[in-house]
Design a binder for this molecule. Structure first.
Ligand code: ADP
Ligand code: MG
Length: 269
């Protein structure tokens, strides 16, 4: 199926350098339900990782923990050596204040399944809101940045539209531009195409494909196994809150070492 490539030839060059993500001994429960157990993962700067696994296996919770939208019960997560949510003093961890957490969170951008655009703001306003409020950019500077990013996701002409006037694929591309406007070093995607009609999936995947070549660190939860094979350096298979196995797509998809991975791949293919 031919898909138009919505992005400009500039792609995403000039984005911030990708950050390193270090996850050590992370665990998380909701009440008696243990959702993450013993998670140890490293993501190199500029790496592209796809996380796959059945519904309920803890993939979204892991992404939310990396962005500190979720507090973990044990373990640490660091971006370029800076702990998410804590500061270390000797052997003791102290929780950061909300202000400091918000500031550090801008290093990690997150794109959700349902776009989460502000319905009452135009596309341009959706993108400029956070840079003005969080980064302290002037309006003119924020708008120039927003228009540049809109051009890169192929939506230069939609600056004054409202989200409801856009297709789901266009809304998701705006959501990507909005996230990039905060200049994250790490970009998290949580099933970015699951809410889209099949014919709109390709335009969003094409944008992510270009981002993968930009040097930013990408972690993508996806059910698009073919896309994961093409774009990711590594696939992580999660089940019941644990990393079952991880490795290069060619190995995970053709020679998985665990029966649970075999079973999952048989179900999704
Ligand atoms: P996945 O993204 O792999 O489908 P999630 O991380 O969303 O998995 O959820 C893992 C488990 O944690 C599920 O059983 C889910 O119902 C549960 N869960 C997620 N968020 C909460 C929450 N805020 N409160 C209680 N249970 C939750
Ligand atoms: Mg999920």
């Amino acid at each position: 199926e031919a898909q138009t490539v919505p992005v400009t030839s500039r792609g995403f060059e000039g984005l911030p350098r990708g950050g390193a993500v270090e996850i050590r001994g992370v665990a998380k429960s909701f009440g008696t339900l243990q959702v993450l157990s013993d998670i140890d993962l490293s993501f190199a700067p500029g790496s592209v990782t796809a996380i796959i696994g059945p519904s309920g296996s803890g993939k979204s919770t892991l992404l939310r923990a990396i962005n500190h939208l979720e507090r973990v019960d044990a373990g640490t997560i660091a971006i370029d050596g800076e702990l998410i949510g804590y500061r270390r003093d000797g052997d003791t961890l102290y929780e950061l204040e909300e202000r400091e957490i918000l500031k550090r969170r801008t290093d990690v951008g997150m794109v959700f399944q349902n776009f989460n655009l502000f319905p009452h703001l135009t596309v341009l306003q959706n993108i400029t809101e956070a840079p003005i409020r969080v980064r302290g950019l002037g309006r003119a500077e924020a708008e120039a940045l927003a228009r540049d990013l809109l051009a890169r996701v192929g939506l230069a002409e939609k600056a004054d539209a409202y989200p409801r006037q856009l297709s789901g694929g266009q809304q998701q591309r705006v959501a990507i531009a909005r996230t990039l406007a905060l200049k994250p070093k790490v970009l998290l995607f949580d099933e970015p195409t699951s809410a889209l009609d099949p014919e709109l999936v390709g335009e969003v995947l094409n944008v992510i494909r270009e981002l993968a070549a930009s040097g930013i660190t990408l972690i993508i939860v996806t059910h698009e196994i073919g896309f994961a094979r093409d774009v990711a350096d590594r696939i992580i298979f999660m089940e019941q809150g644990r990393v079952v196995e991880s490795g290069p797509p060619a190995r995970i998809l053709t020679a998985p070492r665990h029966q649970r991975t075999v079973d999952f791949l048989a179900r999704v293919n």
